[in-house]
Design a binder for this molecule. Structure first.
Ligand SMILES: Cc1cc2nc3c(=O)[nH]c(=O)nc-3n(C[C@H](O)[C@H](O)[C@H](O)COP(=O)(O)OP(=O)(O)OC[C@H]3O[C@@H](n4cnc5c(N)ncnc54)[C@H](O)[C@@H]3O)c2cc1C
Length: 306
């Protein structure tokens, strides 16, 4: 119930403007977001890499409604990838991009063109792109664009959401040699017709999907903070004889940082998803929806107005 209310609020443009312009305590946003500028993204990337972690950088923004905004998003990714290359960070840091930020909802061809330009810049920087997955109305379009991009850039990563009923079948399709697939639970408010509603059903689906990916030929990216699912992934890696460089764990910046370091210390590849930019509202609201304890933290910080 609370989750649905927060997720509904996450789609309100009016509320976004209000919250983004409130002199909110910097600490609340900084806990989950690297900062607003390219330099902030680089600074946090360097810190994490020096701790033995890998990174995927997300320039915040989604549901772009103008061609100019979509172009600006593409330009920022290309600038970021150039900066990563210049800093010699291409080996440890890739990028995650949302097709809706690249214009998917105004003109699919435009989004494909922008995504292709980002893939070219990533290849030049010696790294990769992963296409984030958004709400279920975009799944088919996103997977079609992925297939198109993979013709020239086969290392482009996919994201599949365990809460969708279709995802087991998508895992089977995508568990092919060289295919990078991030498996997450899913962060949007989806109807029962397409998505499992109970936490237990989502977790069971996650395990079924993980079994397909870990026993398949692709490269699974296990994106979760859930201790039970992490333990099951460690078990499956042993069971299916996957060496530590044949899959990776992924977690969000600011969430369970001690566990991130524990996994890296145990020899696993651990990639941290690091968002940056000014449009942090929708991202932050989805994090609040996942964990009610964060709502109290956010409310206290708003009240303190630091
Ligand atoms: C790298 C990455 C990329 C993602 N990309 C996408 C995407 O493209 N599309 C999409 O829809 N979603 C994406 N997500 C979000 C994802 O779908 C989930 O909404 C989010 O990860 C929360 O799910 P969870 O698996 O961590 O489990 P949850 O059910 O949220 O948490 C399970 C358990 O994890 C522990 N836990 C969680 N948070 C904390 C915390 N702050 N402190 C301590 N313990 C905690 C608790 O024990 C909790 O019970 C991504 C997530 C990650 C990590």
């Amino acid at each position: 119930m609370l989750r649905s209310v927060i997720l509904a609020a996450s789609r309100s443009a009016r509320l976004a403007r209000l919250v983004e312009t409130t002199p909110v305590s910097r600490s609340v946003v900084r806990r989950f977001v690297a900062g607003t500028a390219t330099d902030d993204a680089l600074r946090v990337t360097r810190q994490l890499v020096s701790d033995g972690l890998e990174v995927t950088l997300d320039h915040l923004g989604e549901d772009t409604l103008t061609a100019e905004q979509a172009q600006a998003t593409r330009d920022e990714y290309v600038r970021l990838l150039g900066a990563l290359e210049g800093a010699g960070l291409g080996r440890c840091a890739e990028v995650s991009a949302k097709l809706s930020a690249l214009g998917q909802k105004i003109d699919v061809r435009l989004a494909v063109e922008h995504a292709r330009a980002i893939c070219v810049a990533a290849a030049a920087a010696g790294t990769t792109v992963t296409l984030d997955m958004e709400d279920h109305t975009t799944t088919d379009s996103t997977l079609e664009i992925l297939a198109d991009l993979r013709k020239d850039h086969p290392d482009t990563g996919a994201v599949l959401q365990a809460y969708l009923r279709r995802t087991e079948a998508d895992c089977r399709e995508l568990a092919t040699a060289g295919s990078r697939v991030r498996l997450c639970k899913g962060a949007y408010d989806e109807p029962e017709s397409v998505a499992y509603q109970s936490a237990l059903d989502v977790d069971k689906s996650y395990v079924r999907c993980m079994n397909i990916l870990m026993s398949g030929e692709g490269y699974p990216m296990i994106a979760t903070h859930d201790p039970r699912l992490i333990a099951i992934a460690e078990d499956r890696a042993r069971w299916f004889d996957r060496a530590p460089n044949e899959f990776e764990f992924q977690m969000l910046y600011g969430v369970r940082p001690d566990e991130q370091r524990r996994l890296a210390g145990d020899g696993y590849q651990m990639r941290v998803y690091v968002p940056y930019g000014t449009e942090w509202y929708g991202y932050l609201m989805r994090r609040l929806a996942e964990r009610p304890a964060n709502v109290a933290f956010f409310a206290r910080a708003l009240g303190s107005r630091k």
